[in-house]
Design a protein around this ligand. Structure first.
Ligand code: SF4
Length: 460
């Protein structure tokens, strides 16, 4: 009964957020920067901010997350952090030798009005950035948006800085990925490999945040999108932007700068979204879909068919990030489940419209809210009004699940009370299988643990 004070009576709130369904912008900027090879994220603000961002990522990925900070003191908080950042860049290049320093701002540095672009330019002019090294900057004030916004801003900054158009056209496709697990990024590359499509994936945290244990510490692991790859994105045939909220800014920037047209797709979560992704790849790459992928699809359809009797009509509460929630909701609806309550702390008109339109057409009784007041407290209140059979979301959902005795599937960011999630994909047909298996297991484990003895079955 940790949330014993939550009632089902909803009082209109204007300013108060209780247990937000999001985290802060720089966390997303830091994650995106880790998906670039040889890049050291740098937090322009206080040490406390940087510690929080690093620990949020370390707790989820169970890997050491390296990042630097401008270490604001009282003085820099009043007079600005330029001197700290200039000194910091000097130290970082001498001691840690990254190829790129990806600087993001924080609430404090934004409030003071530090201009990261101007400071980076000064660092270059003053010789604090060695020849052949790079400083990329992104503005990520955390009092707007969420970690999703920070991710989008940093990916856009990489594209703006590196992508370059020449007169050669490279037969390759850019894939700008939304915030997914390292295993998901590996899965995207596997699918494109099976389809024999040459691609550049940005960012790519596989082999960065899921590195094998070798006994040796690598400051810059072997994974991540390389500088030549990012430069070549300006000469690619086309861009596929996976997950609108995280990737549209970057895809647009690339189109504006290098005239590489883009197609926005949902993250390939579940059957239909994966179908759309595979069809787009096939069309843009000019290749047919191999039998091995058709077989993977068939196995997912077969499994869903076997599970349908358990899923039919089940009420689900979801919370998390827009790019996951859209295709996941569609997937649940396709399996005849009822995603009745959906919240996301990430604001966004496009997301709001898209989700509202889908629910209006397919499940009008569903309740959906995004933005600052769309928090875990509201989700709990809805659940108190009428219960659900399953909750899907990050670790913070465990309080509601425990209090209300509802099966719970951990999905999204952050998952800080379990280990291993970053090693298994939930994208594509293979990832779809994992999702449905987790959902059904959670519901059946709950039934086994709570049903009366006469209803306890060996074969279910
Ligand atoms: S002060 Fe702002 S940037 Fe720093 S941790 Fe808090 S929300 Fe994030």
């Amino acid at each position: 009964m940790l949330l014993r004070h939550t009632t089902d009576k909803i009082i209109e709130r204007k300013a108060l957020t209780v247990n937000p369904a999001k985290t802060c912008q720089p966390v997303g900027a830091m994650y995106a920067a880790l998906g670039v090879h040889g890049c050291l994220p740098h937090s322009h603000g206080s040490q406390g901010c940087c510690s929080y961002h690093r620990s949020a990522l370390t707790r989820h990925y169970k890997e050491p997350v390296m990042a630097a900070t401008s270490s604001f003191t009282e003085g820099s908080s009043v007079f600005g952090g330029q001197a700290n950042l200039l000194q910091g860049l000097d130290n970082i290049y001498k001691i840690y030798e990254p190829d790129i320093v990806a600087v993001h701002s924080t609430c404090l540095s934004e409030t003071i009005g530090d201009d990261l672009g101007q400071i980076a330019a000064k660092a270059r002019t003053d010789g604090q950035v060695p020849e052949g090294k790079h400083v990329v900057v992104a503005s990520t004030p955390s009092y707007v948006g969420s970690h999703v916004t920070g991710y989008a801003n940093m990916v856009e900054a990489f594209v703006k800085y590196f992508a370059n158009k020449t007169d050669r056209l490279i037969k390759q496709v850019n894939v700008i990925s939304g915030w997914v697990e390292p295993a998901d990024m590996r899965e995207l590359k596997r699918i494109m490999g099976l389809m024999k499509i040459k691609s550049v994936l940005l960012p790519d945290t596989s082999d960065v945040l899921d590195t094998p244990m070798t006994g040796k510490f690598e400051m810059y692991p072997k994974g991540g999108t390389t500088i030549p790859e990012m430069v070549s994105m300006g000469d690619s045939l086309h861009t596929i932007a996976l997950g609108e909220e995280c990737t549209t800014l970057a895809a647009k920037a690339l189109d504006n700068k290098c005239k590489v047209a883009y197609t926005s797709e949902d993250l390939p979560i579940g059957l239909k979204a994966t179908d759309r992704f595979i069809n787009t790849l096939s069309k843009i790459g000019g290749v047919s879909v191999p039998d091995s992928i058709t077989d993977e699809r068939g196995r997912l359809v077969d499994t869903i068919t076997d599970m349908h009797q358990y899923f039919y009509g089940k009420r689900v509460a979801l919370f998390g990030d827009p790019d996951q929630l859209i295709p996941l909701t569609e997937f649940l609806l396709d399996m005849d489940m009822k995603p009745v309550y959906i919240v996301s702390g990430t604001p966004g008109k496009v997301f709001e419209k898209k989700m509202s339109a889908m629910l209006a057409e397919r499940l009008p009784e569903a309740k959906f809210k995004n933005g600052p007041n769309a928090d875990m407290f509201l989700l709990h209140q809805w659940i108190k009004q009428e219960g659900v059979d399953l909750i899907i979301g990050n670790t913070y959902g465990k309080y509601i699940a425990r209090d209300e005795k509802i099966p719970f599937v951990r999905y999204g960011f952050p998952i800080i009370d379990r280990v291993g999630h970053s090693y298994f994909t939930s994208l594509g047909y293979v990832g779809g299988l994992r999702l449905v298996e987790k959902m059904l297991s959670a519901m059946m484990d709950h039934q086994d643990a709570t049903c009366s003895e006469v209803k306890f079955e060996l074969v279910m």
